[in-house]
Design a protein around this ligand. Sequence first.
Ligand code: ZN
Length: 119
Amino acid sequence: MLCDLCQESPATIFFTVELLGEKIDQSLCQTCATPLSERLTQPIPANENEMAPPKRPAEIILSEPIQVSQLAEVLHLTTYQVVGALIPHQIFTKCDTSLDFNTASLVCTHFGTTPQKAN
Ligand SMILES: [Zn+2]
């Protein structure tokens, strides 16, 4: 049996309320049965609290060739952001495309990171 309120979670709490002389059977899940005030005092999950954008390194050292997915990781970007940053330069890549230093540099500078070539 599903919860009467959210219709999603299985109901674990059953009770009867009397409303205008009518007895209504209620089945609620744990979440819906928890009073709102109690839920509000619970700590906010960490992932909901991380609204600030991740810190991007001011400088990175690039060793060639670097794949789009690797570059995205070091810059704390999604591969789509890396691919998207290259489109205005008429460079069309995929997540496993290997980039040379100059191409990777375009992405770095676009996102405010100074690239350094690894020796
Ligand atoms: Zn529920």
